[in-house]
Design a protein around this ligand. Structure first.
Ligand code: CO
Length: 193
């Protein structure tokens, strides 16, 4: 198998650069992680949580999947939320979608793509829940609207997990934020969900 030497080289250069700027950076991080935010975003390579928020390693706890969907039976995302809320005591959960999302686009189409269609089924449900809002829109407008509505739906799903509900009952301060990112200009927008 071919090794990816260029990635190891760029990793070394990156680690050296950080050590030059802050010699104790990695020593400090190796002892504890104390992030303030949980990011739930899309797997899309153009939407990297740390880079677009300009946060360093250690500052944001991240879960990404196709089209930033929180499914009530998905142990993976639920475990991330539970650890973030109960153990890391994170106070801000950010659900961040993005315009031009391939997963959302696929959910708007009738064409099959394989196993992924079962995942995208949850986004097709978002269309069904809000079908009146899509009337009279062209395909681009539908895509933008669905990217936004999906964020709102997933904010509801996060808020309604037993994890967040129990934490709120215990008096913990937790805010769930719905954001959308524009891959065409690099700008984040709060959907004020
Ligand atoms: Co996406």
């Amino acid at each position: 198998m071919k090794t990816l030497n260029h990635l190891f080289e760029s990793n070394l250069a990156w680690a050296r650069k950080i050590k030059e700027q802050d010699p104790e950076f990695f020593t400090r991080l190796s002892k504890i992680q104390n992030p303030e935010y949980l990011w739930i975003g899309c797997s899309d390579s153009r939407v990297p949580a740390n880079q677009i928020t300009n946060l360093d390693p250690g500052e944001i706890f991240v879960h990404r999947n196709i089209a930033n969907v929180i499914v009530h039976t998905d142990l993976n995302s639920l475990s991330v939320i539970q650890y973030a809320v109960d153990v890391l005591n994170i106070k801000h959960i950010i659900v961040c979608g993005h315009y031009g999302c391939g997963g959302i686009k696929a959910a708007l189409e009738d064409q099959q793509h394989g196993l992924i269609d079962n995942w995208l089924r949850h986004i097709k449900d978002v269309i069904r829940f809000n079908s009146d809002q899509f009337e009279g829109l062209d395909q681009d407008q539908k895509l933008d609207l669905l990217c936004e509505l999906n964020v709102k739906e997933q904010v509801n799903n996060v808020t309604n997990t037993t994890i967040v509900q129990n934490a709120l009952k215990q008096g913990k301060e937790i805010s769930v934020h719905g954001w959308i990112y524009n891959i065409a200009n690099g700008i984040l927008k709060d959907l004020k969900t």
